[in-house]
Design a protein around this ligand. Structure first.
Ligand code: APR
Length: 320
């Protein structure tokens, strides 16, 4: 059976890491696309030459031609610009919206059956715009944010508790931005919810609140340290987890920026919610119940995403 075809749109920091991870995990053959001439070709050649040592079977092709992504099974989109220190994700909107238009048209023409994972920021608005421009089904276009945000939360919690990250589960809802909603009640160490761990004396509410804030600021912390760009190892790894769930029909329960119409009282918006990802793409949303405080935070996050979508419509009237 032929290997799956994985198209990576954007061959920058995240795109290159995605290509390397795809090969190391032997998820399929890679086509790395970028508008910068030489970048995708150079990265593809470099990664292919790591194959003999690592022993993977995956082909690597770098290209500036959308025709090369034809028939892709999965497309992961990182095309666009990242943040610099002092910028919010929302500051990227105008530039990256134009990029989503070009990418959406490329997907529509060459890879209409792909499962598309968008990483470009501001994430929730960009995945919405990419879906609009591409015309692909909503269940096949999804944004990567919640897996990364919950991974950051899990990492900080595992440090606080001195336990393996594998035994920490974490739940994050809402938009990928300052209004994201880390949910303590649904986050656990081996099934024990965080509020119970506070009662057991494993941590204090103050420390937990500081960890939640650090999770919200997780991307900015790395931008501040790197100074020349934003995080790329963990974002790439998170998207690969989603791609693998689709390719292997794993039915993973993963928080993603998915299209929500009806559930959570929402009327057709992309925002971070728990989903089931399998061969059907986003197969199901997990409509957890929220208490009044959680719901208020979630609605605030939804309102901020709505504001960004309205700004997109203002910039590009074809989206209105
Ligand atoms: N089509 C294809 N590629 C493009 C386009 C376009 N229209 N415009 C820009 N690119 C490419 C750039 O040439 C660059 O190689 O996108 C790549 C982006 O790579 P980086 O600048 O290294 O950014 P990266 O760190 O990979 O982040 C990409 O993901 O997390 C988000 O906020 C981040 O929006 C940013 C995106």
């Amino acid at each position: 059976m032929a290997r799956p075809k994985i198209a990576l749109i954007g061959a920058g920091q995240i795109g290159g890491t995605l290509a390397h991870l795809t090969a190391m995990k032997e998820l399929g053959d890679v086509v790395l696309f970028d508008i910068a001439e030489g970048t995708p070709q150079g990265k593809a050649l470099d990664i292919a030459q790591s194959g003999p040592s690592e022993g993977f079977d995956a082909s690597m092709k770098g290209t500036n031609d959308y025709a090369d992504i034809a028939g892709a099974d999965v497309c992961i989109v990182t095309a666009g610009v990242p943040r610099k220190p002092g910028m919010s994700r929302d500051d990227l909107l105008g530039i990256n919206l134009k990029v989503m238009k070009a990418v959406g048209e490329g997907l529509k023409a060459h890879a209409p059956n792909a499962f598309v994972i968008c990483i470009t920021n501001p994430l929730d608005a960009m995945v919405w715009a990419l879906r609009e421009f591409s015309g692909l089904p909503h269940n096949k276009v999804v944004g990567m944010a919640g897996v990364l945000d919950s991974a950051r939360f899990r990492h900080f919690l595992s440090l606080e508790f001195g336990v393996s990250m594998r035994d920490v589960t974490a739940f994050v809802l809402g938009g990928h931005g300052d209004t994201m909603v880390p949910l303590s009640r649904y986050s656990t160490v081996a099934g024990v919810p965080l509020p119970d761990l506070v009662k057991m004396g494993w941590t204090t509410q103050e420390k937990l609140d500081a960890i939640i804030q650090r999770t919200r600021d997780g991307g900015a912390e790395i931008v501040g340290l790197l100074k020349t760009g934003s995080a790329f190892y963990a974002p790439a790894t998170s998207a690969i987890e989603m791609a693998e769930a689709y390719l292997k029909d794993q039915k993973r329960v993963l928080p993603c920026a998915a299209y929500v119409k009806g559930a959570f009282g929402l009327d057709g918006i992309y925002v971070g919610v728990p989903t089931v990802i399998g061969a059907g793409g986003v197969e199901r949303l997990v409509e957890i119940s929220l208490n009044p405080d959680e719901n208020a935070m979630f609605q605030k996050s939804v309102d901020s995403v709505k504001g960004l979508v309205a700004a997109c419509k203002g910039i590009d009237p074809s989206l209105a």
